[in-house]
Design a protein. Sequence first.
Length: 205
Amino acid sequence: MKQSKTSKAWMHEHVSDFYVKQAKKHGYRSRAAYKLLEIVERDQIIKPGMTVVDLGAAPGSWSQVASEIMQGKGLIIGLDILEISPLPGVEFIQEDFREEKALIKLKEKLGNNQPSLVISDMAPNISGIVVSDQAKSIYLAELALIFAVEQLNSDGNFLVKVFQGGDFDSYLRKVRSHFKSVVIRKPKASRDRSNELYLLAMKKK
């Protein structure tokens, strides 16, 4: 009974959510589009002609935002373990980013292009066990950082979702060691109760 009430409460909140309504109204695949839109408006990190890699891309709303801004000029590669419906101007790879095969396919798609921007909205399947979920989240963020440092062009930028917890400070220090500037963003579209934050790391050292 309790689970049913919780599910109903979540569904009510989801359906009445301002950003869910906005996403439906403007044709975005999820409310997450507004997180990236707010960051882009503030920090101008996406421009036509760039090469962008979108990690944890499903259902595709961040790639959708990038595609709109870039207007067919440049390259966008999205990757997720889940299947993603096609989007104009975006190449999708369905693989698990934790596996070597995903990296091989990403590098093949990139060819001689070095990304100007790596964006990662990856998150683990939430179990409800806070310590375990935090560890899995940081692991994904670490993998995204390794990829960004290896693949970004000089002065490239990196945007990554992280969750506040025991490993946050040490991860932040690692990111700062590789980029000239790191700022923390909490977009309005992030739910108030969520402990998610976005690190925007600019100009790879």
